[in-house]
Every structure is written in structure tokens, then in C-alpha cells.
Design a protein around this ligand. Structure first.
Ligand code: GAP
Length: 437
């Protein structure tokens, strides 16, 4: 693999090539010229996605009390987005260049076209970011692909409340695809037209919403740090009052420092009672909560942590990417937290032409692969096999050598330092469990 560095000018395009070659992320529809704003996840990318989604579920749902899951439809009736305000407010201002005919978001244009520098540009025009579709054989019903998972949660508020008999404070979490017809998708997988969101709508008494806002902000921020994002690369940014979305009382975004600057990877919002009130008004259904303590009915406030799976993966991959020198040669290494790394363990026989080594290595591989995502590799020199695993972030490589045959142990080599130690075969499972947990 060609070595390229984070501070190089064309890092992002080299990184995209690297991630494609390794099987993480592919341009969607590539053999037909590609589809702008859409990406597919390859064998390693999917494993990483699964790991991150599970880690989010663990943090937001399973380690908490009173959080319920919901999986709602991707296509929804126009009425939902009339009520939510998306039809009226979910716009970007678009500027068109009359010479090269490219279109940009207003903030990307400073008096002239960012592509061809022409000053012959349009006034900003409102452009709704939702994908519209026609439903049914007659196509007489308009639907929209959801631009966030949140609305599915609000319109199911009563269903979840009634079926779980939940009491405030409680949350409904959703994880799934969202769609936005972004004017200018960019920065690899940063701004996409189809992406996955992980969202929690946490319902509280209005008087307790500030407390829960801080609770979720701190918790989500720590999640990134605990999983290895470097402190200097992540920060919280308070959104100024005049820039708040139409539904929000307070927003704090979590920003990550990519090569193209600090950018939002997660948003925390106090959505107040805006959505439940609007859906009550538009549907005619009473979505108020009956408080058994005060015997009052009211609309709860909502605290919402929301992030995009692809953006979060991008931040973790970017943060983990490193070039260093080990035993006198340069290597690319992805220093991913073992919990996030797609492959946890690689098993090698020292030599592929020694039957006893191959047999023992294969037997260890067969035992470990049912417990951890494990690969077996016997091709090329042992140094090359280590490098291959370093590049995809595999934290542990186990080698069966001649001493292994006598002592029933293996060498474990650590990805980050190259340090090696011997571990008895019968202790391997416990040893790895301890390291990966
Ligand atoms: N329900 C609130 C909401 O959707 P948002 O700030 O528009 O808020 C939340 O989106 C998160 O979803 C962002 O922080 C980002 O991680 C992700 N996201 C939004 N638009 C995206 C896009 N076009 N491509 C990739 N991820 C996106």
C-alpha cells in the first residue's frame, strides 16, 4: 500500500482510494459512473457500522433506563411534514452559476462562483431538501422520504406510551436511513444524500429539560472520548440563538476536526414541545401526557441527541489513521479502538509450508472465529501479513511458531506498538475478551 500522510494536500482523495482498496467504502453505482452523494459500505465498512451502531445502542438504550426502540417507515405522508414544518422550513438557499450551471449552497458562494469564478450568478433561491415520491398504482398520493428519523418517533408517541405504560422521563430511540437531497454533497462521506441516523427523543417534564439537556450532552461527548477520539480533535459548539432550527430552544453541536476543518458530527437539541403540539394540532389526536403525580395533562419537552452513522465512522477512521515507523520501515496503521475495529484477531502460521504450524494455526482460528471476528492468513512474509492487518486496524495478530508446537502457546502482537508476548492457547479466549471489552 502506497504511504500517504494526513497533512498532504490531497489526503481526502487518497484516503477514499485507500478505504476502497481495503474494502471499507465504495462509491455507489461506480460502474455506471457513480452517483453523487451516495456511498456503499464494503465488507469491512459494514462490520464497522455494526460495531458503532451497537456501541451507540449500548450507550443510549441498553445502559439507560426507560428507553424504548422504534423502527418506523422511511416514506411518509405529506401531512407529517406539513405538521413538522419541514415543507415550509427545510430549505437551503441555492445559488446557480449562469455560466457553468453548477449550483451551490448560499454559504459556499462569496460573490462569485466557487467553480469557475464567474460573477454571473443567481439570487439565492429556496430549495427544499426532501425527496418527493408518488405512492400507489395511481400515483395520486404524495409521499416524502424522511429527512430525519425523529418524525416517526413523534407520530408514534402515543403508541409507545400506551404499549409500554412509560412514565416521564423516558426516551424513544431510532436508528435508520434518512434522505436529504443536498445541493452539494461533499467531503467524501461527510455530506450525503442517503445516510443513517441514530436519534433519541427523550421526553421530560418541561421544568426538567435543561437538566436532561446537560446530561445527554455530557454523556454523548464522553462516548466519543471513551472510544478513542483524541481530545484535541473534538469540541462542543453552542449554536447562536439566531441560527437555531425552527423547533429548537437550545442546540449544542459536537464538532470533529477533519482535514477540511472542525465540522458537526452530532447535534443536541432541546426541541421543546414543538413537534408533539404540531402533530396534535394537525392530526386532531391528543398527544398530551397524563401526569399521574400532578394529575395534569401536558406536552412533554424533548431533548434530542442526533448523529449520522457515516459521519461518526468518518471521524473515527480519520482519527485512527496514522503513519509511523516500525522496525525501520514506514507503515499505515488504523489505531481503531478494538471495539470498533472490523476484524478483532488475525491468526497466522509462521510458515505456510510447515504442515504442523498450519494445522495448529487453523485449529486456533476455528476456535476463535466463533467468538470474535477473526481471519486466517498464510500468504506472504509474516511482516507483510502484519502490515495488512495494521492497515485495516486489526488490534491483535496471533502467530503459531515452532515453540508453539512444544509449549502450546502463541505470540500475540499488538498493532499499535508492535510489542509481542506469548500467551498459552488455553488462555487465549479470556485474554482477548479482556482486551476487547
Ligand atoms: N433530528 C435532528 C436532525 O436531523 P441534523 O443536525 O439535521 O438534526 C443530525 O442532523 C445529524 O445527522 C448530523 O449531526 C449529522 O451527523 C447527520 N447528518 C445530517 N445531514 C447529513 C448528511 N447530509 N449526510 C450525512 N450525515 C448527515
Amino acid at each position: 500500500m502506497k504511504i500517504f500522510k494526513k497533512d498532504s494536500e490531497n489526503f481526502l482523495s487518497e484516503f477514499a482510494k485507500f478505504l476502497k482498496n481495503e474494502g471499507f467504502i465504495f462509491q455507489s453505482n461506480e460502474i455506471y459512473g457513480g452517483l453523487n452523494g451516495f456511498y456503499d459500505f464494503g465488507p469491512l465498512g459494514v462490520l464497522m457500522k455494526i460495531n458503532l451502531k451497537n456501541l451507540w445502542l449500548e450507550d443510549v438504550v441498553f445502559k439507560e433506563k426507560n428507553i424504548y426502540l422504534l423502527d418506523s417507515s422511511l416514506i411518509n405522508s405529506e401531512k407529517i411534514f406539513e405538521a413538522s414544518g419541514h415543507l415550509e422550513n427545510f430549505y437551503d438557499n441555492l445559488i446557480e452559476c449562469y455560466d457553468c450551471h453548477l449550483r451551490f449552497k448560499e454559504e459556499e458562494v462569496k460573490d462569485k462562483c466557487p467553480n469557475c469564478s464567474s460573477e454571473n450568478i443567481s439570487e439565492p433561491k429556496k430549495f427544499n431538501l426532501m425527496f418527493k415520491t408518488q405512492i400507489g398504482a395511481l400515483g395520486d398520493q404524495t409521499g416524502y422520504l424522511r429527512p430525519e428519523t425523529a418524525q416517526g418517533i413523534f407520530v408514534n408517541f402515543l403508541n409507545v406510551l400506551n404499549s409500554t405504560r412509560a412514565k416521564l422521563p423516558f426516551g424513544i430511540a431510532s436508528l435508520g436511513k434518512s434522505f436529504r437531497n443536498e445541493i452539494n454533497p461533499r467531503h467524501f462521506i461527510f455530506r450525503l444524500r442517503e445516510f443513517e441516523q441514530m436519534e433519541l427523543e427523550f421526553f421530560t417534564k418541561p421544568s426538567e429539560s435543561d437538566y436532561w439537556f446537560d446530561y445527554w450532552l455530557e454523556k454523548r461527548f464522553k462516548w466519543y472520548l471513551n472510544l478513542g477520539i483524541k481530545e484535541e480533535n473534538i469540541k462542543k459548539v453552542e449554536v447562536p440563538k439566531e441560527e437555531l432550527p425552527h423547533y429548537s430552544k437550545r442546540n449544542v453541536d459536537i464538532y470533529y476536526k477533519f482535514s477540511f476543518g472542525f465540522q458537526e458530527i452530532e447535534g443536541l437539541a432541546n426541541r421543546t414541545d414543538y413537534d408533539l403540539k404540531k402533530h396534535s394540532e394537525f392530526s386532531g389526536k391528543d398527544l398530551r401526557y397524563f401526569d399521574p403525580d400532578s394529575k395534569e395533562k401536558y406536552f412533554p419537552y424533548v431533548i434530542e441527541p442526533s448523529c449520522g452513522v457515516e459521519r461518526v465512522i468518518f471521524a473515527f477512521l480519520f482519527d485512527a489513521f496514522d503513519v509511523d515507523s516500525l522496525n525501520g520501515s514506514e507503515r499505515i496503521v488504523l489505531r481503531l479502538n478494538p471495539k470498533i475495529a472490523p476484524i478483532k484477531v488475525a491468526v497466522f502460521p509462521l510458515l505456510s509450508n510447515k504442515k504442523e504450524l498450519v494445522e495448529m494455526a487453523k485449529q486456533i482460528y476455528e476456535e476463535l472465529r466463533t467468538k470474535f471476528v477473526t481471519v486466517y492468513d498464510e500468504s506472504g512474509s509474516i511482516g507483510r501479513r502484519y502490515r495488512r492487518q495494521d492497515e485495516i486496524g486489526t488490534p491483535f495478530c496471533l502467530t503459531v511458531d515452532f515453540d508453539s508446537l512444544k509449549n502450546k502457546d502463541v505470540t500475540i502482537r499488538y498493532r499499535d506498538s508492535g510489542f509481542q508476548e506469548r500467551v498459552p492457547v488455553k488462555e487465549l479466549e479470556e485474554f482477548l475478551k479482556e482486551k476487547i471489552k
